[in-house]
Design a protein around this ligand. Structure first.
Ligand code: SF4
Length: 401
């Protein structure tokens, strides 16, 4: 698994830099000085280069540890961070001896967490909210976006609830629009803030060229949705928000996490969407990540995916009949009905995507969504996992846009 955060790196000669800095990474030791000061250089062995060349960089990272370090702003990397490469973006907090990788050029699953605060309290939240002042994350996100390569194909914005940042939220979207205009921007939000039309209009005014909001909807019944997100009037606000976003031309993806509280009404929810929200870009049915609040609410949430395969199959058919694009995220292919396998997408971020020992002989492993490696997702799995031993009836897997 790739490590994204480390306190195991060793810092040398950082006395003058108490503030965290966000930098692009380069492996080019020949950048002009005027450019070099904006980069962190990463090298296998810094002894291969003269000190006066390296001293022009904002930080010097070495994959190999060296004796007798005289270079200023030098970091000997934790071996698990040796993957850091040209085009990545890192945050260096020398005061705390900490490096975070904010963007990996080799990954299609980059996302920035922009706040831990939230106005919902979902039973299965994988990132439990904290009521803290983390407004510094707005500047961090904007700085990180400025450092990312323009060729980045996609970027996620997540929380907490990003829209609680008010103008800070718009600032982040504006930064993405200005510095990464060709990058698909996907924002996870509960959509409630957009029940105020002023907020959907403000987002529209940014004119981001490739923006999508991922909004959760857990039931066609307001009381059931409100119970799952533990927030009164959330259903009404979310639906109003989605309709306002539609009026303002902002694209929306609906997300439905499937668990014991939601599975039985999946066909009803699909009918509700087909009747009232068929304009959405697509509907994503999502498997449960067994981490965060899901651990505490395990008994109320866990159901073997095999046991809801019929409801999921039916929901897919209803949406297809209404030509609503449908996807299934975070699911093991062998637990889906043959019909619904067509909608399965490899959606789990690469750094937390694993497979079981018994998956080894499976002929369709590379099409399968696999398992989360987080929490106890790998210890509590379905009793019905069964490798495909032949390749017949192969169905092409869809890619996430
Ligand atoms: S056996 Fe494993 S790899 Fe194959 S479909 Fe099932 S979960 Fe996926």
């Amino acid at each position: 698994m790739i490590k994204l955060y480390s306190k195991e790196c060793r810092f040398y000669n950082w006395e003058e830099s108490p503030e965290p800095i966000i930098l692009s990474v380069t492996e080019n030791p020949h950048l002009p000085r005027v450019l070099a000061k904006k980069y962190a250089i990463v090298l296998d062995n810094v002894n291969d280069y003269p000190e006066d060349i390296l001293s022009g960089y904002a930080a010097i990272l070495s994959r190999q540890s060296i004796q007798d370090v005289r270079l200023s702003k030098f970091i000997s990397l934790d071996p698990e961070f040796s993957y850091i490469k040209n085009g990545d973006v890192i945050r260096i907090n020398a005061y705390a001896n900490e490096i975070r990788v904010l963007f990996r050029v080799d990954s299609d699953h980059n996302s920035l967490l922009v706040t831990e605060r939230c106005n919902s309290f979902c039973l299965m939240c994988s990132q439990p909210p904290r009521n803290v002042d983390d407004s510094y994350l707005i500047k961090d996100a904007c700085d990180a976006i400025k450092c990312m390569p323009r060729s980045a194909t996609s970027l996620g914005i997540t929380g907490g609830e990003p829209t609680l940042l008010d103008d800070g939220f718009l600032e982040i979207v504006q930064a993405a629009s200005s510095y990464l205009p060709e990058t698909y921007l996907h924002i996870l939000t509960n959509g409630r803030s957009f029940s105020d039309r002023a907020n959907s209009r403000a987002l529209k005014r940014i004119k981001h060229p490739n923006l999508m909001l991922g909004i959760p909807l857990y039931s066609d019944l307001s009381e059931q949705h409100d119970f799952i997100v533990q927030a009164k009037n959330a259903f009404e606000e979310t639906i109003k928000g989605i309709l306002n976003l539609r009026r303002d031309g902002v694209r929306v993806e609906l997300r439905v996490v499937i668990h014991k509280q939601t599975y039985s009404r999946l066909p009803d929810l699909a009918r509700f969407i087909a009747r009232n929200l068929a304009f959405v870009e697509h509907v994503a049915f999502m498997g449960l990540e067994l981490t965060g609040f899901t651990k505490a609410n395990f008994k109320a949430l866990w159901i073997d995916p095999h046991d809801y395969r019929n409801e999921l199959d039916q929901a897919c058919r209803i949406l297809q009949a209404s030509r609503v694009k449908t996807m299934i995220y975070n699911h093991q292919l062998c637990l889906l009905s043959e019909y619904s396998r067509e909608f399965s997408v490899n959606s789990i971020s690469d750094w937390k995507n694993e497979y079981l020992e018994k998956c080894t002989p499976c002929m369709r492993k590379n099409e399968c969504g696999g398992f989360f490696s987080t929490g106890f997702s790998l210890t509590k799995t379905s009793d019905f996992i069964k490798p495909f031993m032949e390749l017949e009836k192969m169905i092409p897997v869809k890619e996430i846009c």
